[in-house]
Design a protein around this ligand. Structure first.
Ligand SMILES: [Ca+2]
Ligand SMILES: [Ca+2]
Ligand SMILES: [Ca+2]
Length: 361
């Protein structure tokens, strides 16, 4: 997880901070330090993973299995020719899932049990069990971090059996490669694992809002309250389920920096989330066109899942005020392979954003 040295410095200084402290900075960050924090994080050992595994998960050692190496080689779809095959496979083999979930997941495996269709999906947040029953589609978050758990894309045995989800895979580690964001070194520590979860534990949705408890617990939503932020909109329908939206010039500034999905309506994309690490109230109060989740800057306040899983691929900084002009501000936006510095002028109730430099890797 990326955050900046100086942010860490500020959070060490004070526990309760004002909006002013949480949203504004005196000095803009040097873009060069963004990846440093990532690189010094040590991957977990097998023992650490097992010690902290979710309670609902059982891990069984298999005698016969596909290794991580073999499975990832067989299903490697990052080269251009394979990528075409992958897309074709997704369209043909996972037609029903594609029609129900569109592009919210990459689909791995499927299985029919009675009149229920099960599938395995993955997106930027992690792994999901997908279910289509009587034309109704649901997705249940597994809560198994891809930083620790690799689930074989090719499941040789039925993965739904006797009320259990049983997935073959490996325990893995990710090592970040300096200067090459996205080219993480992903390797197995122990192959031949069967990850076993009771379907009832997985599908449990205590507040009946549409997201399973495991999902809500993983990201800091309230699994016992349909409406975590109390804004009158249930978590499942809420584009910003963690915080009540507001409207002022700084929330508008943050909204301008959100990704643009063009004319695509993201309201029905219940499982697509953009995740930001921020403590800034103005940022929290945005009214986004795509679902957003926020991760606290302080590691101690993060959920276990978000602490160990690199799910943020975009960062928007705090705001810096201009020393002389009260209507001029500065803000930065980073991705895994770029950083942009903006100046923002507030004129006649509107923001004028100007790109003032940056970099692309
Ligand atoms: Ca729920
Ligand atoms: Ca809830
Ligand atoms: Ca709400």
């Amino acid at each position: 997880m990326k955050f900046f040295y100086f942010t860490l410095f500020i959070s060490l200084l004070s526990c309760s901070k004002s909006v002013e402290d949480k949203c504004f900075v005196e000095k803009m960050n040097n873009t060069d330090v963004i990846f440093v924090d990532d690189l010094k994080e040590k991957p977990y050992t097998v023992k650490q993973i097992l010690d902290q595994k979710p309670k609902y998960l059982d891990i069984i050692n298999l005698k016969k299995f596909r290794t991580f190496k073999k499975d990832s080689a067989d299903s490697h779809f990052y080269t251009s020719s394979d990528s075409e095959n992958m897309i074709r496979k997704q369209y043909v083999e996972f037609k029903e899932f594609k029609s129900k979930f569109s592009d919210q997941f990459v689909f791995y495996a499927k299985e029919q049990v009675g009149n229920v269709q099960y599938g395995l999906g993955k997106n930027n947040l992690g792994y999901w069990l997908l279910k289509i029953e009587n034309n109704k589609a649901d997705a249940y978050f597994l809560g198994l971090s891809f930083s620790h758990y690799y689930i074989n894309k090719i499941q040789e045995n039925p993965f739904i059996e006797n009320g259990f989800l049983q997935l073959q895979g490996s325990l893995v580690k990710i090592i970040k490669v300096a200067g090459l964001p996205g080219y993480d070194d992903y390797s197995a520590m122990e192959d031949g694992k069967l990850f076993k979860i009771k379907i009832n534990d997985l599908t449990k949705d205590s507040d009946n809002d549409g997201y399973n408890d495991i999902f809500e617990n993983s990201f800091g939503l309230n699994p016992n309250n349909k409406d975590t932020d109390g804004d009158g909109v249930n978590d499942f329908e809420d584009m910003n389920p963690m915080f009540k939206s507001g409207k002022n010039k700084f929330t508008e500034l943050y909204e301008l920096l959100l990704p643009n999905y063009g004319t695509t309506d993201m309201k029905k994309m219940y499982y697509v989330f953009q995740v930001y690490e921020s403590d800034c109230d103005y940022f929290h109060q945005i009214r986004p066109d795509v679902r957003v989740l926020f991760i606290p800057e302080n590691k101690d306040k993060q959920t276990y899942y978000t602490k160990i899983t690199d799910i943020t691929d975009e960062y928007i900084s705090k705001i810096k005020k201009d020393k002389e002009d009260p209507n001029r501000f500065y803000i930065q936006k980073f991705g895994n392979s770029y950083g942009n510095n903006y100046s923002a002028d507030y004129e006649k109730g509107k923001w004028i954003l100007k790109l003032g430099g940056g970099y692309i890797i």
